[in-house]
Structures are given as structure tokens and as C-alpha cells.
Design a protein around this ligand. Structure first.
Ligand SMILES: Cc1cc2nc3c(=O)[nH]c(=O)nc-3n(C[C@H](O)[C@H](O)[C@H](O)COP(=O)(O)OP(=O)(O)OC[C@H]3O[C@@H](n4cnc5c(N)ncnc54)[C@H](O)[C@@H]3O)c2cc1C
Length: 457
């Protein structure tokens, strides 16, 4: 046993229990409907604090959850130790090696800015607010991913505190490297990660918004158009019921819109030619397609930045025939009883190829990713919770699996987590889990329970 007072004496950052001042702030993040309910939250300031928190949990047989920004809260903890990494920020760029060393709590915006100073870019996603480490450990589907693959494909090494409280340097020669790149939350607390960068400093990109009447044409045109584009072009389409709120730009306010998002690393002239069929869909409520520095890439998706409550799941599809848009519009279109945001990402290209260093990212044969979100006002099951699953259930004929990064608030079971991995990889992950976390301390995530392989007698 290790007491609360012993833990406080070992940690530089704040250590709080329910009812303590600061406890609620420390455990809160971007997700406003679910919160971790730990018996202790440790505001870690560095590796030593993380080691102390993990050893305290091990000595008291408690689960450990990790939170940096709270964007990806999939499985809230009830009791146990929450390690909050928000104070552990910072980026070190090695321009010659084209790598960045990122502390656990660093958001993409900071990494993108630091890399841009050297004409480089990380494989960041749609939002500058998302945590770079959590995103990468879950795969990381980025703005440039059809050209360069998943962020996890560029994971060089991780400094990891495992369940026994020791710090391990996990590089490509370590058996955990394969598992951390794609199933990362299950094996310990990453205190920092080293990632590869790509020589990109600008893109031609942005978004086209179409009004409700043009939504079916936008879906249909985009679906055929993606079959014609080069790998240097990554795109997605979102169907969004936009709230009628003063902070929303007037042309979009209160409308159900299609938002096509594009990022192309080729020159702007070629980019303009490539997007011409999209512009021909009809009048655009807003058209932001233009040459931009990579630092402005978050404007392409224009993700919300205010914390709110959301529930979400996803389906990775092997094809997008006409049945998919029809199913989407039927179940979660403009007339749906529960408003849902649906995003469809075009995959393929480098995402479909095995990475230079193998990893646990699965379903590389998927051509499309469908993500569906509803806004929820609390954790209790409601019709808003049921709506996203209604869609993913209906998409089962096309579905080959799920992506771990786009599961929000599910309280998922191990069976549901299993859909994020190839069956043969799931077995290997479970064996690694038994070797490094036999008590399943790191279970407040899409959990892979440990499975011990019987030794020959
Ligand atoms: C608005 C928005 C935009 C997004 N855009 C994209 C996108 O473009 N592409 C994409 O792939 N994903 C995207 N995501 C999903 C996002 O990548 C995942 O939700 C990711 O888990 C967020 O990581 P975080 O650290 O910010 O979140 P947190 O909620 O703080 O952490 C989520 C989980 O990550 C794990 N984790 C985090 N840090 C560590 C650590 N240091 N050590 C071990 N485990 C850790 C834990 O399991 C934790 O529960 C988006 C999510 C939102 C809400």
C-alpha cells in the first residue's frame, strides 16, 4: 500500500481527491458530457510525477487513466488514478533528422508551428487543439494522410512509463513499438514521443460549403471525384446540421450543409483544376479554397474549439457505392429526428500500404472512413446516444472495422474495442498486454485485456 500523503510527497504537481479545490478543473477537458471520476488526479509535471502516480496505483491495485486535452475520452474511469499530462508540454525539432520530440501534453498547434520554422510539417489532423501524442498512439488520420500515411507510421520512439512504474525507451527495436503505434493507450503512460516530419510548408486547400438542396449532389459528385484524384490530395465530406447561433458565420447559420474539405500538396494552379468538378456542384455558401501555409491547415476543417458534449463512433468501409449516401441521408440526413454530424474521409494511397516499420494500425484495405457524432447533454443513455450507432449498424454490409481514434464516450467493451484491430493482431496485442500490464491497469481506454500464452510443460 502507498498512502495519499506519500503520493503527495513524491509528486511536484497538484494531487487532488474529489471535493478538493482544483479537482474538477484538472479532470475536465474538451469533452463536456463525460468526465473521468478518479479517486485521485495527479497533475503531472514530468516523468518522475508519472512514475509516482503509476506506482501508487499499482500498490493500491487501482486502474490508471491518462488525459491531455480530453478530445478523445472513450472510456471514463470510475475511481482509480487519473494522470493529467496538460502541464507536460514542449517540442524539440531536429531539422537535419526531420524529427520532433513532443512532450505528452502538447497540442498539434504547437508542433505545427515549431516544425514550420524549418519548412517541415507533422502528420497532424484537422484540429490544432488535439493532443499530438494521444492522436498518434491511436493511428492519426491527418490532413496529408493519403500522401504520407498515418501519423503512427511515422512514430520513431516513445518514452513510456509501464505498469511496473519503470521508464522505458521504446524505439523500433522494442516489441512494444509495434503496439504503441495504433493501440497506444493500453500499455502505459507515454511521457514523450519522437515523430518523423515531412517537407511540407504550404498546401492548396480549404473547404466548400453547399446548402441543403445540393447535399445529395455534393455527396454523389465527391464520391465519384475521389476516384480520379492523385495521392497528393486528401479530402473528406461532412454533413453538418449547423446551429442557429450568433457565433456561426451568417451564410451557414441554422442550415444543414455539405462541407467538402481538401488539402493538396501540388501547386495551386493544378489544385484549381482538380477542384473544378466540385465547384460545379452548385453555388457555394462559403468557398475557402486557396494556397495557404501549412500552419493555417486547421482552417480547412474549421473544427469547433469550444468544449461540448458528444458521442461518436465510426465505420471503415471497403467501398462507397450509391447505397452508402442513401443510407446516410435516410438515417441522419436533414430530416433526421436526432441531428448528427457525419464525416466521410477518403482513404487509400499511403494509408493502404504497409508502413516502413510495421505497426498495429488496422484495416488498411478500407477505402473510406465514416465518422458519426451526436451532441449529448450528459452521460445517461438517450436517443442522441443511439443515433450514431443506428447509422454504423446500417453500414455493416460495407464495414471492415473501426478506427480507435473516433470513438467518443462509448464505455466500450473489449468486444467493441476488438473491431479496431485485425483478429491476428488483437491476439498479439493481448499477449504483449499480459507481458507489460498483467493486471490491466491501463484499461480506461479501448481496452485489450491481457491474455497469457500457455507455456509448454
Ligand atoms: C475536434 C476533434 C478533431 C479531431 N480530429 C482528428 C483527426 O483529424 N485525425 C485523427 O486521427 N483524430 C482526430 N480526432 C480524434 C483524436 O485524435 C483522438 O480523440 C485522440 O485520442 C485525442 O487525443 P488527446 O490526447 O487530445 O485526448 P485525450 O482525451 O486527452 O486522450 C485520449 C486517449 O488517448 C490516450 N492517451 C492520451 N495521451 C496519452 C499518453 N500520454 N500516454 C498514453 N495514452 C495516452 C488515452 O487512452 C486517452 O484516454 C479528433 C477529435 C476531436 C474531438
Amino acid at each position: 500500500m502507498s498512502s495519499f500523503n506519500e503520493l503527495i510527497s513524491q509528486v511536484d504537481g497538484p494531487v487532488q481527491r474529489p471535493g478538493d479545490a482544483g479537482y474538477d478543473t484538472e479532470r475536465s477537458g474538451f469533452q463536456a458530457s463525460y468526465r473521468h471520476e478518479p479517486s485521485v488526479v495527479v497533475g503531472a509535471t514530468g516523468v518522475d510525477d508519472v512514475c509516482a502516480a503509476v506506482r501508487h496505483a499499482a500498490a493500491n491495485d487501482l486502474p490508471v487513466a491518462v488525459q491531455s486535452t480530453g478530445h478523445g475520452l472513450a472510456v471514463p474511469t470510475e475511481g482509480g488514478v487519473l494522470v493529467s499530462t496538460r502541464r507536460m508540454t514542449g517540442v524539440r525539432i531536429d531539422p537535419a533528422a526531420r524529427t520532433a520530440r513532443i512532450a505528452a501534453g502538447t497540442r498539434w498547434g504547437e508542433v505545427v508551428a515549431a516544425a514550420a520554422a524549418h519548412g517541415l510539417a507533422p502528420l497532424s489532423g484537422s484540429s490544432s487543439e488535439v493532443g499530438a501524442v494521444g492522436y498518434t498512439l491511436g493511428g492519426g488520420l491527418g490532413v496529408l494522410s493519403r500522401e504520407f500515411g498515418y501519423a503512427a507510421d511515422h512514430l520513431r520512439s516513445v518514452e513510456l512509463v509501464t505498469a511496473d512504474g519503470t521508464v522505458r525507451h521504446v524505439d523500433e527495436s522494442h516489441d512494444l513499438h509495434w503496439a504503441l503505434a495504433g493501440a497506444g493507450g493500453n500499455f502505459g503512460v507515454a511521457t514523450s514521443a519522437e515523430i518523423g516530419l515531412v517537407p511540407v510548408s504550404r498546401v492548396y486547400g480549404g473547404g466548400l460549403y453547399f446548402d441543403t438542396a445540393h447535399v445529395p449532389a455534393a455527396l454523389d459528385t465527391w464520391r465519384s471525384w475521389v476516384q480520379t484524384v492523385p495521392e497528393q490530395l486528401t479530402s473528406s465530406i461532412a454533413l453538418i446540421p449547423i446551429p442557429d447561433l450568433p457565433m456561426v458565420p451568417e451564410p451557414l447559420r441554422g442550415r444543414y450543409v455539405a462541407h467538402i474539405r481538401v488539402a493538396f500538396t501540388g501547386d495551386a494552379e493544378r489544385g484549381e483544376e482538380l477542384v473544378a468538378p466540385l465547384r460545379a456542384i452548385g453555388p457555394r455558401l462559403i468557398d475557402t479554397l486557396a494556397e495557404m501555409p501549412y500552419t493555417e491547415s486547421p482552417s480547412i476543417y474549421n473544427d469547433p474549439t469550444q468544449p461540448h458534449g458528444y458521442y461518436g463512433t465510426n465505420a471503415m468501409l471497403d467501398a462507397l457505392d450509391a447505397g452508402v449516401p442513401a443510407t446516410v441521408l435516410d438515417l441522419v440526413g436533414p430530416d433526421a429526428p436526432v441531428p448528427c454530424v457525419v464525416q466521410i474521409n477518403h482513404l487509400g494511397g499511403a494509408l493502404a500500404r504497409p508502413p516502413a516499420v510495421p505497426n498495429a494500425v488496422a484495416h488498411r484495405g478500407a477505402e473510406f472512413l465514416v465518422r458519426v457524432l451526436s451532441v449529448v447533454n450528459g452521460p445517461a443513455p438517450s436517443v442522441e446516444h443511439a443515433a450514431p450507432t443506428l447509422l454504423t449498424d446500417a453500414l455493416k454490409p460495407w464495414t471492415i472495422g473501426r478506427s480507435p481514434n473516433f470513438v467518443f464516450g462509448e464505455r466500450s467493451t473489449p468486444e467493441q474495442a476488438q473491431t479496431c484491430y485485425r483478429p491476428e493482431d488483437h491476439g498479439r496485442l493481448a499477449t504483449l498486454k499480459a507481458a507489460y500490464d498483467p493486471a490491466n491497469m491501463f484499461r480506461c481506454t479501448l481496452n485489450i485485456p491481457p491474455v497469457r500464452v500457455a507455456q509448454p510443460s
